[in-house]
Design a protein around this ligand. Sequence first.
Ligand code: AMP
Length: 302
Amino acid sequence: MSILVVGSVALDTVRTPFGEARDILGGSATYFSVTASFFTDVRVVGVVGEDFPEEHIAFFQARSIDIKGLKRVPGKTFRWVGEYGFDLNEARTLDTQVNVFADFKPEIPKEYQSSEFLFLANIDPDLQREVLTQVRNPQLVAADTMNFWIQLKPESLKRTLEGVHLLIINDSETRQLAGEPNLVRAARQVLDLGPRALIIKRGEYGALMFNDGRWFAAPAYPLEHIFDPTGAGDTFAGGFLGYLDNTRNLSEENVRKAMIMGSVMASFTVEEFSLNRLRTLTYSEIEARYREFKKLAHFEDL
Ligand code: AMP
């Protein structure tokens, strides 16, 4: 069991109403892989520049993440600068410097090409497709994207979606991609683009899954201290797919449990800047919060 992820490995500068942190570890593939590593083996394909600190490489290694596919090349690492207001649900991008990603051509190492689970994290849709062509026969292809790519490369993104089984995006991206304000109608239109299932992340309101005409709603944990929402979406995806890869059961029932596990992991990430909360997280804390989620969403007919 192992998941292959391709996405950004970044240095982020993040401003929230509670403080600012500069050049901290971030990136879609980073949040995804560190989270998924709690459940299964993870292989990362991406690129960093000469300025990427060795201590971050050591962190990947300490979590037993396979970084054979993470290249270090001359130039600067991908950088993202984002800001959140008091409504922490949506990041405002202040600056994106693609840097070494500008010339990046993903090369999937031979031993990764038979990966059964693949996550195309938020990255240029052209690159997502280049990865798809190199992986032989994946059982499950999940993908993320963001407003930046929906706006910049809509046609390329649509071509990528033809090869994706599960799309994991937030509510405003769903509306933007479909060009439709109603979320239910937008979800149907997104599925017409290719994916069999759609997960819509809704920040502090949880996540919705839509497939085969059915909806499932996972709540978000009502946290008293949300410090930095960056990476919550990728962490959700890492928990969701990590759990599915670990259990190897794609039944509707198990996929719903995976939605809760994604929400559990995201609820931890937002408690501190960058991936700091994941550095100290233990399995018993994960299990305890999973039980809390069970109580949160449980109801019975009287
Ligand atoms: P999330 O909050 O889960 O949507 O993802 C946040 C991460 O996405 C940050 O750590 C950023 O480094 C990364 N990111 C932001 N913009 C882009 C982009 N255009 N392409 C790839 N990754 C990005």
